[in-house]
Design a protein around this ligand. Structure first.
Ligand code: ATP
Ligand code: MG
Length: 456
């Protein structure tokens, strides 16, 4: 281990266990090409953290000192994305590797401007680094050094870099020690870092839960003090982050931390009030049960769609609202529609559930009735619905093992299997190139020839 001029520590290849065999071959190809053309090429962020922990990384992020247009010149399969901060996406058959130019959080402009900016553009361009009056980052598009790039990241454990030049790991912020100790710690003053981007609070919770780490004392204190500011983050970002929390496979632990810190009440104030109010002397316990079911499904490699997740978590709450409308004489289907609309209305200003997902959530809840009618009208078209499995899964998860309901669901599952086995052979033969009638190409006749033949 060797100290550099700056605060960085370099861990040589023989001193760490991160092997290239565990990396995405496409990420490696990208790094080699950058290196062979004289540029820096680092893997950064979550992938280095996960490789060091022996976990499979979700994605591989590359950073370099090449500008986006230089990256584009090196890779034929490259597309530049992002208007404010240009990123290069290198497209491989089954994977996209994101390549970013080193960024800095310092507000002064770098000496070397990206070449694509013309003189007039440079004069008119808005500032590259911008914070609002409360210190939230609105824009941070300044190119920087590898160290600056590492230090603008959220947590020390997410700031480690893997250098393709010598296969070493560079630690600019004490990430390795925190990784070994199981600590989530912001880089720099936690109060400032959460102020700059409140979403980091949710990320702290997710990493703590997912990795079974603890949130460092000062970081936690600053987080608890800043929970109310979470609503300042963009609602679509909060929705994405909420999905990541509850679909992480550690959703129950995430929920525990969100409740403990006050983040949950800030994100879902109405639902949280309802959870806190007992119903006929009993607490609403279904939310916790559903989280455990979602976790075990994800841990076994299963999938849960966002509408199903929302139905499982908020279904009981929405049912309660629908029952309220029914007591006022609203018919069944309309009562569910109104209840989902009310839920969306109170949730979306903070956590923006997309309209499409809201409609799918409504369908899962309202289609429960259809499962009770066996076989009902046109069962095959019901089974063919894209959300049939979600509807059955929702009903199975929420029925509490009631025998009659389980029997109904088994009937539908058997019927769906039967339907699939009937339609499969015909699909297979089509796909496997069973002799298909060749479509004759119709040749367009030359009108002149036509006239000639007609003339004969
Ligand atoms: P995951 O396993 O969920 O992919 P990750 O740490 O890789 O975890 P990403 O969202 O893929 O998370 O982000 C990649 C890296 O970008 C992070 O590791 C971190 O270094 C940096 N980063 C992401 N979000 C932020 C943020 N809000 N503030 C500062 N740095 C961030
Ligand atoms: Mg990642």
């Amino acid at each position: 281990m060797k100290k550099e001029k700056s605060r960085s520590v370099i861990i040589a290849r023989q001193e760490h266990g991160v092997s290239r065999k565990l990396m995405s071959p496409n990420a490696l190809r990208t790094l080699y090409r950058l290196r062979d053309n004289g540029f820096f090429g680092y893997l950064v962020g979550g992938c280095v953290r996960d490789l060091l922990l022996g976990r499979e990384p979700k994605d591989f992020d590359v950073v370099t000192n090449a500008t986006p247009s230089e990256v584009k010149r090196l890779f034929r399969n490259c597309r530049l994305v992002g208007r404010r901060f240009r990123l290069a996406h290198i497209h491989f058959q089954d994977e996209v590797i994101e390549v970013a130019t080193f960024r800095s959080q310092v507000s002064n402009e770098p000496e070397s401007e990206p070449k694509e900016a013309s003189g007039s553009e440079r004069r008119q361009r808005p500032p590259r680094m911008l914070k609002d009056d409360d210190g939230m980052i609105l824009r941070d598009n300044v190119y920087g050094t590898p160290e600056e790039d590492a230090l603008r990241r959220d947590f020390t454990i997410n700031s480690l870099s893997y250098n393709i030049a010598d296969f070493s790991i560079i630690d600019y912020a004490g990430g390795l020690a925190d990784l070994n100790a199981g600590i989530v710690r912001t880089i720099g003053d936690p109060a400032v870092r959460f102020q700059e981007d409140p979403v980091r609070m949710l990320r702290a919770v997710r990493f703590a839960a997912q990795l079974a780490f603890t949130i460092e004392e000062h970081t936690l204190k600053a987080l608890v003090a800043a929970t109310d500011t979470i609503v300042r983050a963009a609602p679509p970002r909060l929705y994405d982050e909420v999905l990541k929390l509850f679909l992480s496979g550690a959703g129950a632990t995430c929920y525990g931390l969100l409740r403990q810190t006050g983040l949950f009440a800030a994100l879902f104030p109405c639902f949280s009030n309802w959870l806190n109010a007992e119903s006929e002397g009993f607490p609403h316990a279904r939310f916790g049960e559903m989280l455990c079911q979602v976790d075990s499904r994800i841990q076994q490699g299963g999938m849960v769609s966002p509408p199903l997740l929302l139905a499982l978590l908020f279904g009981e709450y929405i049912d309660g609202k629908a029952a309220h409308f029914r007591r006022q004489g609203v018919p069944w289907q309309q009562s569910v529609n109104a209840a989902v609309a009310e839920f969306m209305g109170e949730t979306c200003p903070i956590v923006m559930i997309t309209n499409r997902v809201g409609l799918a959530l409504r369908d899962i809840i309202s289609q429960q009735m259809r499962l009770k009618k066996i076989p009902g009208r046109r069962p095959e078209s019901f089974i063919a619905r894209h959300d049939f499995n979600d509807i059955v899964d929702y009903c199975r998860a929420t029925c509490g093992g009631t025998r009659d309901v389980v029997k109904q669901l088994d009937w539908w599952a058997a019927r769906a299997m039967q339907q699939a086995s009937v339609s499969l052979p015909s699909r297979l033969t089509e796909e496997a190139g069973a002799p298909q009638r060749k479509r004759r190409k119709r040749r367009r006749r030359n009108p002149q020839v036509k006239n000639r033949t007609e003339g004969v």
